[in-house]
Write a protein that binds this ligand. Structure first.
Ligand code: EPZ
Length: 420
């Protein structure tokens, strides 16, 4: 397993570019199952989760071809409407094929995702929604079987709690259903809107994506399309925090500033300067000492839970006490334990963490537990004195495209040590 070796203390300068969003590319790949015609996707990030989804699609019957930086996906027929445990256990987002397979093939057999480091992460809401659209659901031996041999019909479904991939899964189920579907309390994340724009290019009829109420009118079939994935707001946000925590001046290019409003507000409240230097780039700097600010994670457009761990690293460098409340997942403070080993002063009380800053962090050997926790450790290492070794960086490779190369180009002393 690869590891990162980082020597902190260098303010970052220059420019980093943002890749396409992993959490938009994953549902976009699942959407290719909905047509027998080829779909061309641009700006697919080269990250592990995409490789995993590619393996899953091939197993289902897709042909994938990388041509001149674009991914061509063609699913002429469904060979096996299944997502096996050995793939799903490595990536929960595999459940995104559920709705598309039932819509295209009339059935799906998907391994239940099981938990992961940050929480239980059930898919009960996905399944309840599919039942509303006429699917018969049966769970056995750790798998869920969804059947709709006569096809799905429209229906009305209100999410009892907001679910990003739940909304995406049901959108993909509904686009080929007979009649109209109404999804209420839907997720408003930009990735939901990006999936809807791809589906509409494929011939789907969708209104309201990006709002809490999405209306879908089923069509008989979808056709091929070409689509560029939106920028990864979480990667861009991670780099903004990297510029702030190192006290440098960094331009984050190729991003969508309006997807980062909640983070930008908190960075400014903490004393960092964030300026839009173009419609697709932001400049961050932190000339003076940072101030502690409180953060509560919420569904978009609130403060993203996927930026909570990174922001916690920043708050270890801020004067005063910051209260960080995690409302989305039940166990998303694993990074705090490792930050404490680097000298951070953090107290965990249930879903709240109190960060007392600022602390002079010192390099240590630490271990990554999940994707965003590992990003948090990288950020802490960039400002810690001495050397930090981060083990199990395969977690970070799941969602960040060569993060060490991007950071090194901005001046960070970071290198990847390949394990034999
Ligand atoms: C998506 O996960 C993202 N993943 C996550 O990003 C992100 O943290 C999360 O949304 C919240 O923004 C992808 O888009 C591939 P949810 P998802 O369904 O859809 C509960 C990353 O770092 N819930 O919105 O799985 C669930 O347990 C990853 O890139 C149910 O109870 O999250 C959680 O507490 C991590 N039943 C809450 O809802 C369900 O059927 C929100 O989950 C579904 C969800």
């Amino acid at each position: 397993m690869d590891r990162f070796v980082i020597r902190g203390g260098v303010p970052l300068h220059g420019e980093v570019s943002t890749s396409g969003a992993k959490n938009s590319a994953l549902p976009a790949l699942a959407a290719c199952l909905l047509t027998e015609e080829p779909v061309i996707l641009h700006r697919i990030p080269a990250v592990r989760d995409i490789v995993t989804m590619g393996k899953l699609l091939r197993r289902i019957g897709a042909k994938l071809e990388l041509k001149a930086g674009a991914l061509r996906v063609e699913v002429r027929s469904i060979a096996s409407p299944e997502a096996p445990y050995e793939l799903v256990k490595t990536m929960r987002a595999s459940s995104l094929v559920l709705g598309a397979l039932v819509a295209r093939a009339g059935r799906a057999r998907v391994s239940l995702p099981g938990g992961c480091a940050i929480g239980a992460r059930p898919i009960n809401l996905h399944l309840a929604g599919l039942e509303q659209l006429g699917a018969r659901i049966h769970q056995e031996h750790g798998y869920v079987e969804a059947q709709a041999p006569a096809g799905l019909h429209g229906g009305a479904y209100s999410f009892e709690r907001i679910s990003v991939t739940g909304t995406e899964d049901l959108m993909m189920a509904a686009v080929l259903a007979e009649g109209e579907t109404l999804l209420e309390n839907a997720a408003r994340e930009p990735e939901v809107g990006d999936l809807a724009s791809l589906l509409v290019k494929m011939g789907a009829q969708i209104e309201g994506a990006g709002t809490s109420t999405i209306r879908i009118r089923g069509v008989a079939r979808l056709h091929g399309a070409e689509h560029a994935i939106i920028a990864d707001r979480i990667e861009a946000g991670t780099f903004l925090i990297a510029g702030a925590i190192t006290g440098g001046e960094l331009v984050v290019a190729d991003c969508v500033p309006e997807h980062l409003t909640a983070l930008i507000l908190k960075l400014r409240q903490a004393g960092a300067e964030v300026a839009e230097v173009s419609p697709t780039s932001l400049r961050v700097s932190a000339p003076g000492p940072l101030r502690a600010v409180d953060v509560t994670t919420q569904e978009h457009p609130g403060f993203a839970t996927d930026l909570q761990a990174q922001f916690m690293a920043l708050m270890t460098q801020a004067q005063g006490s910051s209260l960080i409340s995690e409302t989305i997942f039940e166990n998303r403070f694993m990074h705090a334990l490792e930050l404490m080993r680097m000298g951070a002063d953090i107290r965990i009380e249930g879903r709240q963490a109190i960060v007392a800053g600022s602390s002079q962090l010192t390099g240590a050997s630490v271990i990554a537990s999940d994707l965003r926790a590992s990003a948090s450790l990288v950020l802490a290492a960039l400002v810690a004195t001495g050397e930090t070794v981060i083990d199990r960086v395969y977690h970070i490779d799941r969602g960040y495209q060569r993060i060490e190369e991007k950071l090194a180009r901005a001046g960070a002393r970071i290198r990847r040590v390949r394990e034999a």
